[in-house]
Ligand binder design. Structure first.
Ligand SMILES: Nc1ncnc2c1ncn2[C@@H]1O[C@H](COP(=O)(O)OP(=O)(O)OP(=O)(O)O)[C@@H](O)[C@H]1O
Length: 244
C-alpha cells in the first residue's frame, strides 16, 4: 500500500476561541490532486494556512512532509500590494522562509525564467502595485515555480481572472500535477472542480465528505454543508464534540 504523503489527523484550527476547522481528517497520496470546497467561512483558508505552517493547530496532526516541502499560494485579497516590491522581489520572496535574509540569491535568470513561464516576459522590474489582478496572480504562480515544492497549496487560484489568464494558470497547475506534485486547492467553481480534480474535500468547519469528487459533490452533501454552515453560531462552545 502507498504511504499517504499528506496526512491530516483530527485537525482543529482556532481563531481565538472559535474553531474554524474542527476535527478534520483526510489523506492525500503523493501526486494527488484534491479540491477543497465549502461555503464562505467554512475554514478552507484556515486549513491551508495550518498545513503551510502559518497557523499553529489547536489540536491534531499534520504529517507527511517537511516545512520546506510545502508552498502556499495565498488568496490575493489577503495581500498588500501597496508594498514597494518589484515583480522580481515578489518572486524571490517565496524563498525567504527557507533560510531568511542570508540565503544565496538565485541567479536572476531563474527568476526571469519563472516570470517567462507564466507569460510575464520583461516584467522583472515592474512594481507589483502597477499590475492588474490577473498579472499579479501570474507573479504569485511564478513564485511557486521558483519554490519548486512537492506539495502545493492553492487558495482560490483562478478567482476573478479572465478566461485567458485562468486557462494559462490552469495549464501551470496541470503541469505541476503531471510532474507528480501533490496539490490541494481551494475553489468555489464546482464545474471546474468536477472537470479537473479527481478528489474533493467538502468542508463546513468539519469534513462533510472527502473522496471521489462526483460522490462528494452530491446534492445531499452540498445541502449538509450549507446547513452546517448556517447553523454555526459565533458564540458556540469552543469544541462541540468535547462538550457533548
Ligand atoms: N484572522 C482571523 N481572526 C479571527 N477569525 C478569523 C480569522 N481568519 C478567519 N477567521 C474566521 O474563521 C472562519 C473560517 O475562515 P476562513 O477564511 O478559513 O474560511 P474560508 O472557507 O476560507 O472562507 P471564504 O470562502 O470566504 O474565503 C470564519 O468564521 C472567519 O471569520
Amino acid at each position: 500500500m502507498t504511504r499517504p504523503f499528506l496526512t491530516i489527523e483530527n485537525l482543529t484550527v482556532t481563531h481565538g476561541r472559535h474553531p474554524a476547522v474542527h476535527h478534520v481528517s483526510f489523506a492525500l497520496k503523493p501526486g494527488g490532486l484534491m479540491a477543497v470546497v465549502g461555503p464562505n467561512g467554512a475554514g478552507k483558508s484556515s486549513l491551508l494556512r495550518a498545513i503551510a505552517g502559518l497557523h499553529k493547530p489547536a489540536e491534531g496532526r499534520i504529517a507527511g512532509f517537511t516545512p520546506g516541502q510545502v508552498a502556499l499560494l495565498p488568496q490575493q485579497a489577503m495581500l498588500d500590494r501597496a508594498f514597494p516590491l518589484t515583480c522580481r522581489d515578489a518572486v524571490l520572496f517565496g524563498l525567504w522562509g527557507e533560510s531568511g535574509a542570508f540565503r544565496a540569491t538565485p541567479r536572476p535568470e531563474r527568476v526571469e525564467a519563472a516570470l517567462d513561464a507564466v507569460g510575464l516576459h520583461g516584467f522583472a522590474r515592474r512594481p507589483v502595485g502597477s499590475l492588474s489582478a490577473g498579472q499579479f496572480q501570474r507573479v504569485l504562480f511564478a513564485r511557486l515555480l521558483l519554490q519548486d515544492a512537492p506539495v502545493i497549496l492553492l487558495d482560490e487560484p483562478f478567482n476573478a481572472l479572465d478566461a485567458r489568464t485562468a486557462s494559462d494558470l490552469l495549464g501551470v497547475m496541470r503541469r505541476w500535477h503531471g510532474e507528480g506534485r501533490t496539490i490541494l486547492a481551494v475553489l468555489h467553481d464546482l464545474d471546474l472542480v468536477r472537470r479537473e480534480f479527481p478528489e474533493t474535500l467538502l468542508l463546513a468547519r468539519e469534513a462533510v465528505a472527502v473522496g471521489a469528487t462526483e460522490t462528494v459533490l452530491s446534492a445531499e452533501n452540498r445541502l449538509r454543508a450549507r446547513m452546517m454552515s448556517e447553523a454555526w453560531a459565533e458564540d458556540a462552545a469552543p469544541c462541540e464534540r468535547e462538550a457533548a
